[in-house]
Ligand binder design. Structure first.
Ligand SMILES: C[S@@+](CC[C@H](N)C(=O)[O-])C[C@H]1O[C@@H](n2cnc3c(N)ncnc32)[C@H](O)[C@@H]1O
Length: 333
């Protein structure tokens, strides 16, 4: 693990450099052998990918960020008052722009002690640490660069009552078994007075959903295609960027959007960083980069309960497009 301290109140631990690149490469190898072929999320979020995602969140048709921000701006003081949170731990924190409503409410309540941003992209962790310590003098930030599917157990010890935020609908990027495992891990991380704040996108008219992921400016297509640049750079792959066509489509049966790339023609791609692995793509074959699952209230509650939580509140925006749940860890059964 590398630890850096840019300023007296900032510390950033990098857990990815502990054999991380090997296991990340192995994740890619496993994904390329799957049917359909798929990539792990870190392939989307390098510095360029995070910046592209940030621009997507500002598009008028990308309702998740707008709606989740409205929910947090409206309810943050109540959430903070009811949880007494002293520390905000945020998984998949990104640029942490919506997080500010929570930190602001914690500062207003006089309980704010520490912010722990956790993301696979080091650039966003470092940037948000610097921005937020400037905004809140005296705030301690302990950033963690890691993979929340592998490093949750290596988080810093709590500095007080914890609010664990998992926002942006990121939980929907996991398939049902991975989601169940992730929620159960989160449950085991929480002590009785801690709370989980879970942002999840709701089932709605599919045309609204598809417009958000297949935007008119093609920003999401650029974001998806960025995964190929990341693989070329990190794993010495020889993808021809123009040989794949980004797509976004609604999968009614699984109630989720699928994003990925379609091979425009039959081709072979070589990965120097995977011992020269050669991967064949048939014409029209799909390489899945992301899923984004949408939830009914009943399904959200069911999954939380199955993981050992009680759903205390389920908040939504005025158009009922997006949800933020406050979940309480139940006593171990
Ligand atoms: C959909 S974005 C949400 C960002 C931010 N929370 C928001 O609400 O705007 C997902 C974030 O999770 C991060 N991420 C994705 N997979 C991850 C993983 N396995 N471990 C850690 N971070 C991950 C990405 O880098 C990205 O910042």
């Amino acid at each position: 693990m590398t630890t850096s301290t840019a300023a007296p109140d900032i510390r950033v631990d990098d857990l990815l450099d502990e054999g991380g690149s090997d296991s990340m490469a192995e994740n890619v190898r496993a994904g390329l052998a799957a049917e359909p072929k798929q990539l792990p999320p870190w392939c989307l979020y390098d510095e360029r990918g995070s910046a592209l995602f940030d621009r997507i969140t500002e598009l008028p048709e990308y309702y998740p960020t707008r709606c989740e921000r409205a929910i947090l701006n409206r309810y943050a003081p109540e959430i903070v008052a009811s949880t007494g949170a002293e520390e905000l731990l945020e998984l998949g924190s990104g640029v942490a722009s919506k997080t500010r409503a929570l930190l602001y409410a914690m500062a207003g309540a006089g309980t704010l002690r520490r912010y722990v941003p956790f993301d696979v992209d080091a650039t966003v962790v470092e940037r948000s640490a610097e921005e937020l310590t400037t905004l809140y003098p005296g705030l301690a930030v302990h950033g963690v660069v890691g993979d929340f599917e592998r490093h949750i157990e290596d988080l810093p010890e709590p500095a007080g009552r914890r609010l664990v935020a998992f926002l942006g609908g990121t939980i929907g990027n996991l398939g049902p078994p991975e989601r169940a495992e992730m929620l159960a891990r989160l449950r085991s991380l929480l002590r009785p007075d801690d709370r989980l704040l879970l942002g999840a996108d709701l089932v709605k008219d599919p045309s609204v959903i598809v417009a958000a992921y297949d935007d008119s400016r093609g920003m999401t297509r650029t974001f998806t295609a960025n995964a190929l640049r990341v693989l070329n750079r990190e794993l010495g792959a020889d993808f021809e960027l123009d040989a794949f066509e980004p797509f976004a489509r609604w999968d009614e049966a699984h109630q989720r959007v699928e994003l990925g790339l379609l091979a425009r023609s039959a081709q072979r791609v070589r990965f120097a960083g995977l011992d020269g692995l050669e991967v064949a793509f048939a014409a029209g074959e799909k390489l899945l980069t992301e899923i984004s699952s949408k939830f009914t209230r009943a399904r959200l509650e069911h999954e939380l309960v199955e993981a050992g939580f009680r759903l205390e509140r389920l908040l939504s925006d005025e158009d009922d497009l997006f949800s933020v749940s406050v979940a309480v860890p139940e006593e171990a059964r």
